[in-house]
Design a protein around this ligand. Structure first.
Ligand SMILES: [Zn+2]
Length: 217
């Protein structure tokens, strides 16, 4: 598994400092459980935060204070708190997602979404944010859409491509309202991915806009 699309530094920092609500945190935790690079970055951020707290200068950090933090960081040998690591291919879904759904993909009560896709909603406690697992049939496109807000997508199996690149297992996409795209599932294997959105998708097709309230996406 080669991950080429990672969570942004801003998102990782918000996760490390506890500033993210549950739904967004779940996406970052699930990515980090598949991605050694982001796990390592989170560990660095958590150690830096801890070192800053312990140094706790009474005034704004001056150069000497900053040097002291860096020196502390060099001396910190403790391992960062362990994030769950998905043992590759033992499960399709990483542990943070399985905990919410009570099992792996084979045990999920998929519901038809229309357009050949299936979904299962993941109950998180973040108001106004929808968290779902999507299953897009191999080789099929998702109707073209833009976003009313932020959309985080994380691939667990299969793959999809859009104008921004190719996304396979472990890859993470952050889409904001400026992105209009038409993800297309790669042939050979259904694409199963996590999607977290804080606003309904804005479909380009009038037909999709018509059925959107019925299929709940
Ligand atoms: Zn990553």
């Amino acid at each position: 598994m080669t991950i080429t699309h990672h969570a942004s530094e801003a998102l990782l920092l918000d996760y490390a400092t506890g500033a993210l609500d549950e739904a967004w945190s779940l996406a970052v935790a699930a990515h980090a459980s598949l991605c050694a690079e982001c796990r390592s970055a989170l560990g660095d951020m958590e150690r830096l935060g801890g070192a800053l707290l312990e140094t706790a200068p009474p005034h704004a950090v001056d150069d000497a204070g900053f040097d002291a933090v860096l020196a502390r960081l060099d001396s910190v040998t403790a391992e960062p708190p362990a994030l769950p690591v998905a043992s590759d291919r033992e499960y399709v879904l990483p542990a943070p997602i399985r905990r919410y759904l009570g099992g792996d993909v084979g045990e999920i009560p998929w519901r038809r979404l229309g357009v050949g896709a299936r979904q299962v909603l993941i109950p998180t406690g973040t108001p106004g944010v929808t968290t779902r697992l999507l299953r897009i049939p191999a080789g099929k496109p998702v109707p073209a859409h833009s976003h009313g807000g932020l959309e985080l997508t994380l691939v667990f199996s299969g793959a999809y491509s859009d104008s921004t690149g190719h996304y396979g297992r472990g890859d993470f996409q952050e889409a904001d309202p400026t992105l209009r795209h038409q993800p297309h599932a790669a042939p050979g294997e259904d694409c199963i991915c996590l999607a977290v959105t804080d606003a309904p998708l804005a479909f380009s097709s009038p037909l999709m806009r018509l059925v959107q309230p019925l299929i709940g996406i």
